[in-house]
Design a protein around this ligand. Structure first.
Ligand code: BGC
Length: 772
């Protein structure tokens, strides 16, 4: 755990340069706009520890995998988000020495991520080995308005020398590699490059996948406010604009770089350079300041829709805004072909691919804080992959339209090949169905079911139907050989969560079919036709499974069993583990982990969170006490679920403690892994801990419901949500809930089970029920 980020409500601040923290800061200070993003790598050369990262959404490489024992059904590749052309590069040479902070005495170093306006700044004074010192201020952003555009301003002032030639080269460099590549291969080929006055156009193609990406940069360099002419430089996959000038102390050198990244996903390959010229012209006509202004204005709107304000705790305020900021930088919902990688645009880990994290953890955030289209596009993403999911299932021997969505994917194809996950962690299918339910429950948009949802549900239902088998011994349907969310168990029989989710999917699909049949009869006929559905027969089969599913249960403790045989394990509790044994995944052998009863992440409790209305509070309490005491939370996705359930059980202290585990996970580098990238998907879980946990927000019967409490460490907290066309600000204080309805439409809201009418304006309701 580190503690070097300065507390501030709107900014992430690092003061002083510590090279050991550089890779962590490169992750934390990342910027992005949903279509591209980058780690906070320095503009100038840096020979110290760094993980270079420029990413373009949707552009990946199918890296050949290394596998000990190849199993039939494995996918051929593991998709990797690519480190793409570095567009921030600026080489500075003072005399014949390159400016490199690794070889300089660095003072007054400060990095600031301005979350309110969405940009990154860095300033420092560097003195090289010859005693020559410069002062630098750099500022950059990826435009959230025009998501193909980025811009930077780099200002340098010589502090103590004259009559020395300063050489400045503003460049783009596509000769980059991924740290995480299985065969140390470079993934890009050059197609062409062009230079036109001070603008560079570099067109690269990914190997195998053939994505073309054109990165362009228009560089302007001013010396004491006078624009200077630049000389072009070029080499393999590299283009730049350079100037050499004799400078003296106090001269001001400004480099402006307007950049674009256009891909063949959005433009015809033949016109990529031409289109880039137009984009660069348009952006340059606005100029850096105007681009920044438009960008900041757009961020102001994002904050109006999604901010959480915590009074009385600056560290908590900073943390939640950081999480919201990063989520909004990662996904904007403009393009249904894109999704949310667990590391977003901040690192290579997890290949930048889509996991069940999106459906299980991220959907609620986007549902509440962004226009409806945004969450909808996350669902449509899976709809578009339905055929691939059907192919994926058929590779594994399933038939008749059964769909198994991939555990890890870029384009709908599975690209993960550890058998216990690829073949067995099939609960992801259930999360995808649950997200459809969650979306419709929140938005009331039933038309989604007829247009997209039902077809996906049918594919998923068919998969479960074929995946269970009848046990004559148990006289029930069972599901063998699965891995639940708790990956510290593999190949188990009757994982309670998976069985529960499977049965729910089957039931929900029949319900949805009935809704669509009644309300959208024409589309219903289309779906039947497309899916070749024998409604009567298949629904009857599914319903039979629903009524006869087996759920492992322990009579003695009264808890649902995570899987068959769970009680055979040695029942040691987390509190009995010595601190030096944790995290288990670093300290224990895998074999020992698998045999132990320790749980990586919420599993039974994940199910009780999804389907909480099906269980009495007492049942929840028993299961919570049992499983919480065995859960090591070695997935960052875990604590939020425990936090929400603890809040429901009125255990305010523990709800707060679980929330704390992820709130500053990356800012304080809790797990010593922030240098790999940020835990983007778990950030949505932190948001859920506050909104669903502390504020107890739910949607039931088309109504919003709140059962709030105020953590005693805070003076108050408030958050903004959109619900069915109404924007609400909810403020929770020690005794009251204050709801501000910003729209003209009156909303009925349940607070602790009492119904209140909330017209336009502010309404203050005391927890004892009186309206103030
Ligand atoms: C978790 C998975 C998750 C993945 C990506 C793993 O450590 O166990 O549940 O999908 O990380 O975040």
């Amino acid at each position: 755990m580190k503690n070097y980020i300065k507390p501030d409500e709107w900014n992430i601040i690092e003061e002083g340069f510590d090279p050991h923290l550089n890779k962590i800061s490169e992750s934390i200070f990342s910027i992005g706009n949903g279509r591209m993003g980058q780690r906070a790598n320095f503009e100038e050369a840096y020979s110290g520890e760094t993980l270079q990262g420029n990413y373009v959404a949707g552009i990946y490489y199918p890296d050949k995998t290394r596998v000990g024992w190849w199993k039939n059904g494995y996918p051929e590749y593991f998709a990797k988000v690519l480190n793409a052309t570095n567009w921030v590069g600026i080489d500075i040479r003072i005399g014949d020495e390159t400016l490199d902070l690794n070889n300089c005495k660095v003072t007054a170093f400060k990095r600031v991520l301005n979350m309110k306006e969405g940009y990154l700044t860095r300033s420092f004074i560097a003195e090289n080995k010859n005693g020559k010192a410069v002062k630098v201020i750099a500022k950059r952003f990826c435009s959230i308005i025009d998501d193909e555009v980025g811009a930077l301003h780099y200002q340098l002032v010589p502090l103590n020398f004259e009559n020395i030639v300063l050489s400045v080269t503003s460049f783009i460099d596509g000769d980059v590699k991924n740290e995480d590549s299985n065969y140390d291969e470079k993934f890009w080929n050059e197609v062409s490059k062009e230079q036109d006055k001070n603008t560079d156009y570099l067109l690269l193609k990914t190997k195998k996948t053939d994505f073309d990406v054109c990165t362009s940069a228009r560089s302007t360099i001013l010396i004491n406010n006078e624009s200077v002419s630049l000389s072009p430089v070029m080499s393999e996959k590299y283009l730049g604009q350079t100037v050499k000038v004799n400078v003296k102390q106090g001269d001001v050198i400004d480099v402006y770089k307007i950049v674009s990244n256009l891909t063949s996903e959005n433009h015809e390959k033949q016109v990529l350079i031409e289109r880039s010229k137009q984009v660069i012209d348009q952006a340059s006509a606005k100029g850096f300041e105007q681009l920044l202004k438009e960008h900041s204005d757009a961020w102001a709107v994002k904050w109006q829709e999604s901010d959480i304000v915590i009074a009385g705790d600056v560290a908590a305020q900073q943390a939640i805004r950081f999480n919201i900021f990063q989520l909004n930088q990662t996904y904007t919902g403009k393009d249904a072909r894109l999704n949310i990688g667990p590391k977003g645009f901040t690192g290579e880990k997890y290949g930048g691919s889509t996991y069940w994290d999106t459906e299980a953890y991220c959907i609620p955030f986007y549902l509440s804080t962004a226009p409806q289209e945004v969450a909808k596009n996350l669902l449509v993403y899976r709809y578009k992959h339905l055929q691939k999911a059907i192919e994926n299932a058929s590779k594994l021997g399933f038939k008749d339209g059964a769909a198994l969505y991939p555990m890890v994917t870029m384009n709908g194809e599975e690209c993960h090949n550890e058998w216990e996950i690829t073949f067995e962690e099939i609960h992801r299918n259930g999360a995808i169905a649950f997200a459809i339910f969650n979306y419709v429950r929140y938005t009331g948009d039933e038309s989604y079911l007829s247009e997209y949802g039902l077809e996906v549900l049918i594919g998923i239902a068919r998969f479960w139907k074929q995946r269970v088998n009848w046990s004559t011994e148990k006289n029930k349907y069972v599901m063998l050989g699965v891995t639940g969310p708790n990956e510290y168990e593999n190949n188990v029989n009757n994982n309670w969560y998976t069985n529960t989710l499977a049965a729910w999917c089957l039931k929900y699909t029949v319900e949805v079919a009935e809704i669509v049949k009644e309300k959208y009869p024409e589309q219903y006929q289309n779906v039947i036709l497309n899916a070749n559905l024998n409604a009567e027969l298949e629904f009857a089969d599914w319903t039979k499974i629903v009524t006869n599913m087996y759920y492992p249960y322990d009579e003695n403790t009264g808890v649902f069993l995570q899987q068959d045989g769970f009680m055979d394990k040695e029942q040691i509790l987390v509190k009995d583990l010595a601190a030096e044994e944790r995290p288990l995944n670093q300290k224990w052998s895998w074999d020992r982990i698998l045999r132990s009863g320790f749980i990586k992440q919420a599993d039974v409790l994940q199910g009780m969170y999804f389907f909480e209305d099906d269980y009495e509070l007492e049942t929840l309490r028993k299961n919570f006490d049992f499983y919480e005491s065995r859960t090591v939370h070695e997935s960052s996705l875990s604590p939020c679920v425990h936090s929400i359930l603890a809040a429901k059980l009125n255990d305010e202290q523990r709800a707060y403690e679980f929330y704390l585990r992820t709130a500053r996970l990356d800012l304080d580098d809790y797990n010593n892994d922030t240098e790999d990238g940020l835990h983007i998907t778990s950030m949505a879980g932190t948001w859920m801990s506050i909104v669903e946990g502390f504020a107890g927000m739910r949607v039931r019967n088309n109504q919003l419901k709140f059962s709030p409490f105020l953590p005693k460490q805070w003076d108050s907290f408030s958050f903004t949500i959109g619900f069915r066309g109404v924007q609400l600000k909810i403020k929770i204080t020690i005794r009251q809930i204050i709801i501000t309805n910003n729209s003209g439409q009156t909303l009925e809201v349940l607070i602790f089970n009492e119904l209140y009418s909330i017209p336009k304006g502010e309404k203050v309701i005391s927890y004892n029920g009186t309206v103030v």
